[in-house]
Structure formats: structure tokens, C-alpha cells
Write a protein that binds this ligand. Structure first.
Ligand code: NAD
Length: 499
């Protein structure tokens, strides 16, 4: 067992300084590929969260260095931070792999694009404009101003730590807010590494703060009366609790939650493309992505053929060390996740599903403590069974058959979620028809798992509230003030009769 003294040590980042928690509690982060702890973090309590919020509130007061910056200069700081993250991308990506076990090539690619969120929204900072309203009362000038909300709390999960943090932090900062980030307890290190770059980028102290800890730290941030808005990315159970708590104090929320997204393959699809899209959708990140294509709905005439192709490919996926470039699927991030995957597979078996590929843990030479699971395909799944309705967040594909377009759309829509969907067809009329009927925030036709900074992303139904990415993500962090100015010298007094 690794000794505490050997573990890397990270502190809270509050008001521009690395500080210890008041209570002195700490927790360790474990590398899922080895099962060994590697770093130790402060376990923030309510007092630490209060200190971070106070720092963010002080940085937001009119006349503060942050509020005194022009919007153009504010964007400039974001450009500088983007450059610094690019410089450190490889190192930070390796830290993320140590924490969440995802493939180095995936985390490296994410660190490569995460700065694009800062440059895109940094570029929008000085394009936030109000309007002039042509009132009936022609002597009155009425205009609107778009203003920041204040302190924004950002709570993120472990699966794509830097990228998901940037999706919330970049528009929040571009709009002029200050921020307190609560990373996942599984993946705090990369966010603290980025915090270490803030001063060099020129951000005044207190504009961005990071408090590490578990659910209690998140709850303290959510409950804090000086936090104007919570931007939450995570599971729907936590999302519901957060929306209720923030709603009770009339705060604001953006929620990016889970999914049970379907890849729908029609018999007029290019099968090689559909096969590649389904595999990438569910196995590329070991299913540990909100947009995992965890259900495959296959048209009856091609059902057995495509299932056989998927089986062959799934069985050839190389499971192993996420740092090894030859590895195609890494470990599951936590022991609790592994147990959840196993429970779902046994309940699917009991519900009559056919295990076509995988179905068990995987062992990897030299990594006996690793949390590995085989890529798993379950066929003939009933859409109302748990494995088709609940987010598993692991490498488990539920496959079902449909007879026609109506049935495909009905099956795809018959879950509480509505994050994304894939449609595979070469029939252009069908492509548009089905895309418009799907209850999902993103529909990909003949591609899957594409997300970028300038295209709006978010959930329908239980998959979320609000949008990240694209111009409309800025609206989530702004409020509108309507200013009325009487220009006429004549005094308007309703109690003085005009003769
Ligand atoms: P989670 O909901 O357990 O935790 C997410 C974060 O919330 C963590 O930082 C956690 O400490 C904190 N938290 C948990 N309960 C809380 C509470 N009651 N109050 C305040 N904070 C609380 O999720 P996870 O297991 O870390 O991540 C996986 C989930 O995230 C999946 O459901 C996945 O679909 C979702 N996700 C969604 C998106 C999206 O953009 N829609 C992207 C990635 C992941």
C-alpha cells in the first residue's frame, strides 16, 4: 500500500492562494488502472466553501480589478489561459488518466480542444450587447443592458474533468461572473493544476476558486445564499437534489445530466459506418460519457447481420493500461461503477437478454488491481427493462429490434432521458423526418459522439435544463436590465391637472 507521505498533495485554491481546509480533513484519489492511491486533497467543509464564495463575491464588487476590466481585456485573459492550458496539455491529460482511467489519447485530445472553449467565449465577451427599444412614449429612451449574475458555482463529474469545467467556466467568465468550482472527488487534480495557471494568465485573485471535496462540499455550495447560479454537470439523482435546493432559495440552475441515447440503424444505412458509430458511441470511452450510445435499435432485416458484426468487433477490442497507445478501452473509473455494471448485466440476464459479447470482468496482465470490464453486448433487450432505461455509465450496449420507422422513434423516445440520438440512413427524407421526431437535444445523422464549443448542447426531458456551448450558453450567465430615461424637460406629474 502506498504511504500517505508519498502521495502528491493538493490544496484548495481560494482568493489566488493554495490553502488548507479549516477542518484539516483530507481524502485520497485512486488510480483505477492500478487500484493504488496517488494524490491527497483537502476535504472542504462549509466554512471553506464560505471562504471561497466570499472571495468570489469580493472579486465581483463594482470597482474590483475584475469588474474594472473592459470586456475586451476580460476576453484577453481567457485567451492567455487557453494558451497556458495548451502548453501544459500533455501533463494535465496524464493526470486525468491517473484519476479517471480513460485512455491517454482521449484525454489528450480533450485537453487539446478544451482551450477552444476559452477562446470562443473569450471572443464573445465584447459582443455582449443590449438593445434600444422604440417605446410608444417617444420622450423616453429605453435600452437594455446584459449584466453578469454574480458568483457562479460550477459542479462537475469525473468523466471529462477539464472539458466539462471549461464548458461552464468559459461562458460564466466571458459574461463577467466570478466562479467557485467544485470538481468531482474522483478527479480534482487537473482542475487544481489549471488553477495554478490563473495568476500567470493575469486573473485577479478571487475570480476563480476551487474547493475540493465530496457531496457535502457540493451541497454547501448549492445552499450558499451568495451563489447566484449553479451550473451542474452530473447524474440525474444529484441534479434533482440540486435543482430543488437551488429552487428553494430562488437561485438559478443549468443542469447537464445523463442519458440513455439510442443509435437507430435503418436497413438503408451504410452498415460499416453504423457499426463504427455504434462501437465508438458505447466502447470508445468505456461507456463513461453522458452521450454514450447505450442502446442500439436495429431494423429487423439487418438485425442479425449487424449484431454479428458488432460482436466480432467488440470481442477484438484491446482492454488494458490507458497510458498504452495500443489500448482501445481502459478501466472503469471506480469500484462502485464496476459493481453497478455487474448488477445491471445480471438483472438483464434475468430479464431474458442474450449476452452476445463480454458480460464479465476483464483481467489485464500486470494490472491485477485494475477495474477492468469486457465490452459487453446484450441482444433482444426489452426496452422497458432496467438495462434499457437506466444510465449504466459503463461498456454495456443494449440491442433491440424494430420493424418500422414509427416503432424506431417510439422506442428511442421511450426513456425518461433525451440527451442525444444517432440515426443511420442514406435516405435523406427519412433522415430529416426522424431527426425532427426524436426527443433529444442533439441528433447526429450518419455520425455519432461529436460535440464542440460553438454548437448548442444540452438535454431534453430528464437530461437537463439549459444549454452549454454556442452563443446561447452565454445567456445562461447573464441577466437583462431595462433602463428608462425621460428626456423631456417637462415634468410629468399625474397629480397636477393640465389646463
Ligand atoms: P454525480 O452526479 O455523482 O456527481 C457529479 C458532481 O456532483 C460531483 O462533483 C459530486 O461531488 C457532486 N454532487 C453529488 N451529489 C451532490 C449534491 N446532492 N449536491 C451537490 N453536489 C453533489 O455524477 P458522476 O458520477 O460524477 O458523473 C457521472 C454522471 O455525469 C453521469 O450521469 C453522466 O451522464 C453525467 N454527465 C453529464 C454530462 C452532460 O453534459 N450532460 C456530461 C458528463 C457527465
Amino acid at each position: 500500500m502506498t504511504q500517505t507521505a508519498e502521495l502528491e498533495r493538493y490544496r484548495l485554491y481560494i482568493d489566488g492562494a493554495e490553502v488548507s481546509s479549516d477542518g484539516g480533513e483530507t481524502f485520497a484519489s485512486t488510480n483505477p488502472a492500478t487500484g493504488e492511491p496517488w494524490a491527497r486533497f483537502e476535504d472542504a467543509g462549509a466554512e471553506d466553501v464560505d471562504r471561497a464564495v466570499a472571495a468570489a463575491a469580493a472579486a465581483f464588487v463594482p470597482g474590483s480589478p475584475w469588474r474594472s476590466l473592459s470586456a475586451t481585456r476580460r476576453g484577453g485573459l481567457m485567451f492567455k489561459l487557453a494558451d497556458l492550458i495548451r502548453e501544459h496539455a500533455e501533463r494535465i491529460a496524464a493526470i486525468e488518466v491517473r484519476e479517471n482511467g480513460k485512455l491517454m489519447r482521449e484525454m489528450h485530445a480533450q485537453l487539446g480542444v478544451a482551450p477552444d472553449w476559452l477562446t470562443y467565449f473569450g471572443g464573445l465577451a465584447d459582443k455582449i450587447e443590449g438593445r434600444t427599444i422604440p417605446l410608444d412614449r417617444t420622450s423616453v429612451l429605453n435600452y437594455t443592458q446584459r449584466e453578469p449574475l454574480g458568483v457562479v458555482g460550477v459542479i462537475v463529474p469525473w468523466n471529462s474533468p477539464t472539458m466539462l469545467t471549461m464548458m461552464a467556466v468559459a461562458p460564466a467568465l466571458a459574461a463577467g461572473n466570478t466562479v467557485v468550482i467544485k470538481p468531482s472527488e474522483e478527479t480534482s487534480a487537473s482542475i487544481l493544476e489549471i488553477a495554478r495557471l490563473l495568476e500567470q494568465a493575469g486573473f485577479p485573485p478571487g475570480v476563480v476558486n476551487v474547493v475540493t471535496g465530496g457531496r457535502a462540499a457540493g451541497e454547501a455550495l448549492v445552499a450558499h445564499p451568495r451563489v447566484a447560479k449553479i451550473s451542474f454537470t452530473g447524474g440525474d439523482a444529484a441534479g434533482r437534489a440540486i435543482a430543488s435546493a437551488v429552487g428553494a432559495r430562488l437561485g438559478r440552475v443549468t443542469l447537464e445530466l445523463g442519458g440513455k441515447s439510442a443509435n437507430i440503424v435503418f436497413d438503408d444505412a451504410q452498415l460499416e459506418a453504423a457499426e463504427a458509430g455504434i462501437l465508438a458511441g458505447i466502447f470508445a470511452a468505456g461507456g463513461q460519457t453522458c452521450i454514450a450510445g447505450s442502446r442500439a435499435l436495429i431494423h429487423a432485416p439487418i438485425y442479425e447481420e449487424l449484431l454479428e458484426r458488432l460482436r466480432r468487433r467488440a470481442e477484438s477490442i484491446v482492454v488494458g493500461d490507458p497510458m498504452d497507445p495500443a489500448t482501445q478501452m481502459g478501466p472503469v473509473a471506480t469500484a462502485a461503477q464496476l459493481a453497478k455494471i455487474e448488477a445491471h448485466i445480471s438483472s438483464a440476464r434475468a430479464d431474458g437478454a442474450r449476452v452476445v459479447a463480454g458480460g464479465a470482468r476483464a483481467s489485464v496482465d500486470g494490472l491485477s488491481g485494475g477495474l477492468f470490464h469486457q465490452p459487453t453486448i446484450l441482444a433482444d433487450v426489452a426496452n422497458d427493462s432496467a438495462v434499457a432505461q437506466e444510465e449504466i455509465f459503463g461498456p454495456v450496449l443494449a440491442v433491440m429490434r424494430f420493424e418500422d420507422e414509427d416503432e424506431a422513434v417510439a422506442l428511442a423516445n421511450a426513456t425518461p432521458y433525451g440527451l442525444a440520438a444517432g440515426v443511420w440512413t442514406l435516405n435523406v427524407k427519412r433522415a430529416h423526418r426522424v431527426a425532427s421526431r426524436l426527443e433529444a437535444g442533439t441528433v447526429w445523422v450518419n455520425l455519432y459522439r461529436a460535440v464542440t464549443f460553438n454548437s448548442p448542447f444540452g438535454g431534453y426531458k430528464a437530461s437537463g435544463i439549459g444549454r452549454v456551448n454556442g452563443i446561447e450558453a452565454l445567456d445562461e450567465f447573464l441577466q437583462t436590465k431595462s433602463v428608462w430615461i425621460e428626456l423631456d424637460e417637462a415634468i410629468q406629474d399625474p397629480f397636477v391637472l393640465k389646463v
